[in-house]
Design a protein around this ligand. Structure first.
Ligand SMILES: *[C@@H]1O[C@H](CO)[C@@H](O)[C@H](O)[C@H]1NC(C)=O
Ligand SMILES: *[C@@H]1O[C@H](CO)[C@@H](O)[C@H](O)[C@H]1NC(C)=O
Ligand SMILES: *[C@@H]1O[C@H](CO)[C@@H](O)[C@H](O)[C@H]1NC(C)=O
Ligand SMILES: *[C@@H]1O[C@H](CO)[C@@H](O)[C@H](O)[C@H]1NC(C)=O
Ligand SMILES: *[C@@H]1O[C@H](CO)[C@@H](O)[C@H](O)[C@H]1NC(C)=O
Length: 529
């Protein structure tokens, strides 16, 4: 008996430990590691839930942590000293972030006007196979490549290893053996193929230390590659991004057995691939968001109002169905002044909305999925990345972290229904329907189509025996009502309330009649501001 018990407790211990979420981050060499300007490297972590504990470990920086972060709280870890990767084959300049609950992580790498940003995905979403995009044509950078001058070095891959000793195979190039938590650099040559595979998951950065931009300066240029997919995915390219540099914009595509670099054509703003799809324009490599990753709620940690980045413009770039633009919200307000531009020959439109006055933005839609990018610029500096997806559930109340739960129980009296719902969990109760919006929302979920075997259900409204007034169980004001014609009737017709599954309207009913109750747990929402 004893060994079995021990085994059980060991299992319990390890499974609670497994709930931690791990991330790896590295800061690519920016301009040149020996450049005299001070680097500004930032990791932004945002808690999605209350009581979130996050910490950061690295060989090249002292341990950092934030405990008990509440939902919506953002913390920045800023590394001014030289923590960025240098021109080396293997490095320990890796940051490991660990969280006990879901968080959003983004990073900023900045040095004297050279700024790039990226979204970091958790280690369990990293891949063992990546498709390397074709190297874009950059006059003066890729036309006369040499290792001697940083702005004319070849493009490279930076491979970040997770916690296991690893072997990474790069098609057409020498293989790399990587110790746990190490970083490798691989220059791309004309003989390098387009596939990276590894024994264990890795993160792969594609880019250049100092690629020439529009006005002849050079700056860091990179994208975190998305792991390879099995299915071909569809991408809608937000035309608004490319307004000024139409002729310098390329879509870099890479999949099994082929790479393509196509000039961006605003007349045909969609591509399909089972591999990598990245938009390039001078200074920017932007991972495109596949239609399957469209979502209802996104989070952006902007850098505009950070004292370190004065005068930087920050934007949300949004792609949404052309009939759904009215529902796009930033924070509590609908986006009103956006200049929606059609994506030719698709049902989508896109707009670039300036972000001002805050550092944190929630971009959400009550009824439709969309794509949202964070972008920014200043002079010839350009940066951007997909925004963090917070939710794929549509809800008129905002950004749903945990969806609502509706459960219809077996028929019982009103009083038994109250106990039945509350017994199930502390957040569940017999449904109160205190606003017209909630009434319409619930009726869209509980109606003749969804519950054809029901006629009426108990809801959490009752008439007070003392005052004769109706009240809600959750103590909300009972001023927005949905009584059927002629309801509520006289006191003797019943003190409790049912909702009709046919019409959504209410009638009073004898509390001792047996009717199925609606037990309800409201959704958990992310704070909008
Ligand atoms: C930083 O950039 C500015 C122009 O943006 C330039 O004048 C300055 O010399 C640069 N600083 C260094 C240390 O190179
Ligand atoms: C390439 O670089 C070499 C050495 O820096 C130079 O001699 C040559 O003229 C360059 N070629 C072009 C086409 O720029
Ligand atoms: C790299 O590894 C792959 C798969 O393990 C192998 O097929 C290939 O021959 C290796 N390439 C070199 C250059 O060693
Ligand atoms: C792009 O090139 C086309 C054809 O060469 C030209 O008509 C158009 O004006 C150019 N657009 C921009 C923004 O320079
Ligand atoms: C009901 O009362 C609440 C709180 O006082 C108020 O915000 C809401 O507008 C009222 N609704 C109606 C229909 O009067």
């Amino acid at each position: 008996m004893i060994p079995l018990l021990l085994l059980l407790s060991l299992n319990a211990a390890s499974s609670s430990g497994n709930t931690d979420i791990h991330y790896i981050v590295a800061f690519p060499e920016n301009i040149a590691y020996y450049h005299p300007s001070t680097a500004q490297n930032l990791i932004y972590v945002t808690a999605l839930n209350d009581d979130t504990d996050v910490d950061m470990n690295s060989d090249v920086h002292e341990y950092r942590k934030h405990d008990n972060m509440h939902s919506g709280r953002t913390e920045a870890w800023s590394f001014n000293e030289n923590v960025e990767l240098q021109k080396s084959d293997e490095s320990n300049r890796l940051f490991k972030v660990k969280s006990d609950k879901k968080i959003a992580i983004s990073v900023v790498s900045a040095k004297n006007g050279s700024v790039q940003t990226a979204l970091i995905i958790p280690n369990d979403k990293l891949g063992q196979k990546y498709f390397i995009p074709p190297v874009p044509n950059i006059p003066k950078t890729t036309t006369n490549v040499t290792l001697e001058v940083t702005e004319r070095q070849p493009f490279k891959l930076i491979i970040l290893n997770t916690d296991k000793e690893n072997k990474v195979a790069i098609e057409g190039s020498s293989n790399v053996s990587l110790a746990a938590s190490k970083v490798a650099h691989v220059f791309l040559t004309s003989s390098t193929g387009n596939v990276v595979t590894s024994e264990h998951p890795v993160a792969v950065i594609f880019g250049h230390t100092c690629a020439i931009r529009q006005d002849c300066t050079c700056g860091l240029l990179y994208a975190m590659l998305p792991p390879a997919n099995d299915e071909p995915l569809k991408y809608y390219i937000p035309t608004v991004v490319t307004k000024d540099v139409e002729n310098d914009t390329y879509i870099l595509l890479s999949d099994e057995g082929s790479t393509r670099q196509q000039k961006f054509n605003p007349g045909d703003p969609q591509v399909q691939t089972a591999g990598t799809a990245i938009l390039y324009q001078p200074g920017l490599l932007l991972n495109l968001i596949p239609e399957t990753d469209f979502a209802t709620c996104f989070f952006i940690r902007a850098i505009s109002d950070n004292g370190n980045f004065p005068d930087f413009n920050n934007y949300a770039v949004i792609v949404v169905h052309k009939d759904k633009t009215e529902g796009v919200h930033i924070g509590e307000s609908p986006v009103e002044s956006a200049d929606w531009k059609p994506l030719t020959s698709t049902d989508y439109v896109s707009a670039k909305v300036k972000l001002q006055g805050s550092t944190k933005y929630v971009v959400w839609h009550p009824s439709s999925k969309m794509a949202v990018y964070f972008m920014g610029d200043k002079d010839d500096t350009l940066f951007g990345n997909p925004a963090t997806v917070l939710s794929t559930v549509a809800d008129y109340r905002g950004c749903v972290l945990t969806p609502e739960v509706i459960e219809i129980g077996d028929a019982k009296t009103w009083q038994d229904s109250v106990g039945y719902c509350e017994h199930q969990s502390t957040t569940k109760s017999l449904l109160s329907l205190s606003t017209n919006e909630l009434q319409a929302h619930i009726f869209s979920k509980i109606n003749q189509e969804t519950y054809p075997d029901h006629q009426a259900v108990w809801i959490g409204m009752r008439r007070s025996a003392l005052s004769g007034q109706h009240y809600w169980l959750n103590k909300d004001k009972a001023n927005e009502t949905n009584w059927d014609d002629g309801e509520p009737g006289a006191v003797e017709e019943g003190q409790c309330t049912v909702m009709s599954v046919e019409s959504g309207k209410w009638s009073d009913e004898d509390c001792c009649v047996k009717v199925p109750p609606v037990c309800y747990t409201p959704p958990v929402l992310f704070p909008l501001t």
